[in-house]
Design a protein around this ligand. Structure first.
Ligand code: FAD
Length: 444
């Protein structure tokens, strides 16, 4: 099998893996799912759990968890899109609340799946701290909190500097948002465990099986290198790769976010940072930093900036400037960790619609479905989206299929070179606002 160890720390350190064989020959199914990340695997599992007779096949170009699902920070959290203020500005109060409730349910769904099926993915449920590192970020967090509180959300609270530092001892933390509802997991293990669940339910999974061409008639015909699949229904679970599929070209673009991870911290190093509660932590930048401890007490940090790619280019996993920024951020946040060694550096694509919000939809008619656009917050959402997509594929109307971002109107990205100009402009505006909110730090 191809070597995927460079793809992420999680894939590099997971147990040796034997992928399912590629498709050889022709296959006839009711539902074909393109993409073996959390979305595709969760859809397959739920379809088979609800309709055991249904023939369901997942076709993955590389291996399960090759995409963002095997590379992410592992935060299973309630954030939808960028942040509540952005969702409210674009979609209004009521939709912000509906999205938040969906995301609460998504986090609970992941936790229930892990507990009910004994998934071995190092899942813990330590809660979430959104930490302010400048007064402007404190105001941004408090504004988001006011929005959610005014909508009746009661589970999140503002905590002062002394309280947040009692949890995670960074001298940079000025206060923050405390939310008990957040899990942390090892994403590569989670993807493989979802694969195990889907297989146990009777779904078929073909790895190293890229779908090269799709034609639409009374049934869909999918061409792969080793054979074709004839399917009554089709689910595009291709997320940040979706622009490579002609039918989804204008719906999203990939933006690449990067991560670095330390060696396991010594007890003395752990003592300098506190963090006994092991919460997931994000700051409040637009181009957020996210950080956590792993099961073996490494510190993993990601974010800081995103890399953009032109056209069909997907080779933006490595960015030495961002890796260096992230390594500096660790000692800026935790001076006691000066000299710590970093062992792995990697990146992956997140899916970005023009309006920075997730979408589930139909293409043409209800026989073809897609899910994309989770921006950087898709771990919990993709699991529940699998449940929602299964309902849609089974032509059921449920409280999940009724949410506003199912079949919502999406603005298209323009073709290149305008796409690059537009994505640079959005990134530039986000960076500018961050730089403004950090202006006092720059002077310090
Ligand atoms: C570095 C990083 C950190 C992140 N951290 C977090 C986090 O902490 N919390 C959070 O909530 N979200 C996070 N995210 C986002 C989250 O990981 C994603 O939203 C989520 O994993 C998307 O899952 P998916 O199954 O929809 O897509 P993916 O996991 O990307 O799966 C899509 C799959 O489709 C396959 N594919 C594409 N085209 C074809 C084709 N033609 N034929 C066959 N297969 C194809 C790809 O190979 C890929 O495996 C992060 C993302 C990255 C990159």
């Amino acid at each position: 099998m191809r070597d995927y160890s460079h793809t992420s720390f999680w894939l590099a350190t997971a147990d040796p893996y034997v992928p399912s064989p590629p498709l050889q020959g022709d296959l006839h199914v009711e539902v074909a799912i393109i993409g073996g990340g959390f979305t595709g695997l969760s859809t397959a599992y739920h379809l088979r759990a609800d309709a055991p007779g249904l023939r369901v096949a997942v076709l993955e170009a590389e291996v399960v968890g090759f995409g963002a699902s095997g590379r992410n920070g592992g935060f299973s959290m309630t954030l939808f899109g960028l942040e509540p203020a952005v969702t409210k500005a674009l979609f209004g109060h009521q939709r912000t609340l509906e999205a938040y409730r969906y995301m609460e349910r998504a986090v609970d769904h992941v936790q229930a799946l892990v507990q009910q099926h004994g998934l071995q993915s190092d899942y813990e449920h330590p809660g979430f701290l959104r930490a302010a590192t400048t007064p402007a970020y404190a105001r941004r967090i408090q504004h988001d909190l006011e929005i959610l509180t005014s909508l009746g959300v009661r589970d999140i609270e503002w905590i002062e500097a002394s309280a947040i530092r009692a949890e995670v001892d960074s001298p940079r933390f000025l206060g923050g948002w405390w939310e008990p509802r957040c899990g942390l997991l090892n994403p590569a293990k989670q993807a493989r465990e979802l694969r195990r669940l889907a297989l146990a339910q009777g779904a078929q999974i073909f790895e190293q099986t890229p779908v090269l061409e799709i034609s639409r008639g009374p049934r869909f015909t999918l061409r792969t290198p080793g054979g074709t699949v004839s399917a009554k229904k089709l689910v595009f679970a291709t997320n940040a790769y979706s622009h490579l599929i002609p039918q989804l070209r204008a719906r999203q673009v990939p933006a690449f976010t990067h991560m670095v991870i330390t060696e396991p911290l010594t007890q003395a190093q752990l003592d300098t940072i506190g963090w006994r509660g092991r919460q997931g932590v994000e700051d409040a930048r637009n181009l957020v930093h996210y950080l956590r401890l792993t099961a073996d007490n490494r510190l993993a940090i990601g974010g800081s900036d995103v890399s953009l790619a032109y056209g069909a280019d997907m080779a933006r996993d490595h960015n030495s400037r961002t890796f260096a920024d992230l390594e500096r951020a660790v000692t800026w946040l935790f001076p006691g960790l000066r000299g710590v060694r970093f062992t792995h550096r990697w990146g992956g694509p997140v899916s970005v619609p023009v309006d920075l919000a997730p979408a589930i939809g139909q293409l043409g008619d209800r026989r073809a479905l897609f899910s994309l656009g989770c921006v950087g917050h898709g771990v919990s959402m993709t699991h529940l989206n699998g449940r929602t997509l299964a309902d849609l594929a089974l032509e059921r109307s449920t409280d999940l299929t009724d949410v506003w971002f199912v079949n919502r109107r999406m603005l298209p990205w323009p073709p290149e070179p305008l796409r690059m100009v537009a994505s640079q402009a959005i990134r530039g505006a986000l960076r500018l606002q961050d730089a403004f909110d950090e202006r006092h730090l720059a002077q310090a």
